[in-house]
Structure formats: C-alpha cells, structure tokens
Design a protein around this ligand. Structure first.
Ligand SMILES: C[S@@+](CC[C@H](N)C(=O)[O-])C[C@H]1O[C@@H](n2cnc3c(N)ncnc32)[C@H](O)[C@@H]1O
Length: 273
C-alpha cells in the first residue's frame, strides 16, 4: 500500500478514495478539514510534502489567478482589488504550482488544475502542457449521480500513467452545475470541489502504480544477505565466472512473481561471498 499525500484538499473526497482502498492517505490544507477526521494535516503543503511520500496529488492548488477563466482580472481587477494584488496573487499561485510540480524526492506526482493562461505558464518553472484532460462524466455510471458533470480538469503527471475512464455514460446528459454555481462566499469551494468518480479512479489506478513502485524499491533496497533474499537451494551450485547462479534462480523461480528480483539479488550475493 502507498503512502499518499493529497495536497490542498479540505473536502477529503480524494483522501477518502485512497483510504477506502487501504492506502496510508492524508490530506493537507492551510484550512481545517470540512468534516471531522484524524487524517487531515492543517498546514502548508510545502512543509508537509517534505515527508516520506510515495505519491502526492495536489488537487487544485489555489488557481484563481492561474486559470484561463480568471485572466480578465489581470487587466481589470474586481471591485475593491488593485491590479497589483492580481499580479501578486498570480506570482504566489505560480510559485506554489512550481514547488509541488518540481518536488524531487516524491516518486509519483499529480497536480490538478483548470486550463491555464499564458502569464501563468510563463511563470511556472519547468512548465509542460498537461499530460491529460478529463471530464467528470467520463467517470460516471449514474446519469443522476454527482459525477455526471462537465468541468474540464487538467492533470500534470510525473511518473504516473494516464487515468483511464471508468464511466459508462457518453456525456450527452451531463450537467454544468459547476459553472452555474450561484455567487456567494462559498462559490470558490463549490467550483473546486472534486468529483468522487475521478477520485476513485485515481485511488485505484495511481494507488496501485505507486504501491508497485514502493514494492520494487523495497526489494531493491533489501540488504544483500542470502538468508533474507532466497531460501537455500537444494541443488548443487553451477559456477559461472565465479558466481553461483542457476540453482538459486531455480529456487526463486518456484516462488513465482519474485523470480526476477530473486535472481538479481541472489546473483550479487553469490558474487560477494
Ligand atoms: C481551490 S481550493 C481546492 C479545494 C479541493 N479541491 C477540495 O476538494 O477540497 C484550493 C485550496 O488550496 C489551499 N491552499 C492554498 N495554498 C496552500 C498551501 N501552501 N498549503 C496547503 N494548502 C493550500 C487553500 O486553503 C484551498 O483550500
């Protein structure tokens, strides 16, 4: 199972999807969790991500100034705000995106955001186009369920496979409630709340991928000690260039999927002894 950090999430939608599949999942946000949980860290994702994580998914880091739909505010600020505020918020949003996107010690990283405008792209370090764009309805099975919605969602992915759609609908009955959310103090939250169908697919597909990488890393990092690598071979060792290889391979091969790793580890052990 993978150790998973869901950054910039108060709703817990993605965290709960990973927890449901047995992953060691935590959400983190500057704000408290929307619902009671002991799996939320209230803090700065830039600090929390310094831990030992297999996968970090940052769900919609503050994007108001990065996304295409808000580009107009960079030339005409909303009432009560200055143009300088708008550009400074753009710099802050781009710096957060850059920091999570370029984190080097976490093997698998996903960042979710809406479509970005050119000023945001220019400010992001090592910017690349999103790996994929999905719609919530592609992960919906019930026309009346919460996933049958239209909202273009971009994923920037590092070391993760493209998400495969899991839905059964064709989009013709999809709703547009996200864009039609009525103005109010909670509008930004409604607009950025994540969809359970995509979250379940992420937990299933990316959680599996990150767990496999963790297993491979654990096997590679095991100490080179014959007793912990493979059981002793009942066969007489074959000497090949000073190494005893084949009998150990035969022993490990009988253990199925671990044969390849067993061969590598045992061969090295034999060469050393
Ligand atoms: C657009 S909302 C995303 C909501 C999310 N999709 C959900 O379902 O809860 C952006 C969130 O990023 C959080 N945020 C912004 N900067 C942050 C930081 N440096 N560390 C942690 N959270 C941050 C905000 O508090 C806000 O809750």
């Amino acid at each position: 199972m993978a150790k998973v950090l869901i950054g910039c999430e108060t709703s817990g939608v993605v965290r709960e999807a990973f927890l449901a599949l047995g992953h060691d999942a935590w959400s983190c946000d500057l704000l408290p969790s929307d619902t009671p949980t002991n799996r939320h860290i209230q803090g700065d994702v830039l600090d929390v991500m310094q831990g030992d994580w297999d996968l970090m998914a940052v769900m919609h880091p503050s994007c108001t100034r990065l996304c295409n739909s808000g580009v107009r505010w960079l030339s005409k600020p909303p009432t009560g705000r200055s143009l300088q505020d708008m550009w400074s918020e753009l710099d802050t949003g781009a710096a957060l995106f850059s920091a999570v996107w370029n984190v080097s010690h976490i093997p698998c990283v996903a960042v979710e955001n809406p479509v970005m405008h050119k000023h945001a792209k220019a400010r992001i370090q090592n910017y690349q186009p999103p790996a994929q764009t999905v719609q919530p309805w592609q992960f919906a099975t019930d026309p009346d369920g919460p996933d049958n919605e239209r909202k273009r969602t971009c994923f920037w992915l590092r070391n993760l496979p493209l998400l495969k759609a899991t839905g059964t609908l064709d989009g013709t009955s999809s709703r547009d409630s996200v864009h039609k959310a009525s103005p109010g103090a909670e509008r930004w939250k409604l607009r950025s709340k994540f969809f359970p169908g995509i979250a379940a697919a992420m937990a299933d597909q990316w959680g599996y991928h990150a767990s496999r990488l963790r297993q491979v890393a654990q096997i590679r990092n095991r100490p080179l000690n014959g007793e912990t690598q493979c059981p002793p071979s009942p066969l007489k060792p074959l000497q090949i260039g000073g190494a005893s290889v084949l009998p150990l391979f035969a022993t490990c091969a009988s253990k199925g999927a671990s044969a390849i790793f067993g061969l590598g580890a045992c061969t090295v052990f034999q060469q050393k002894s």
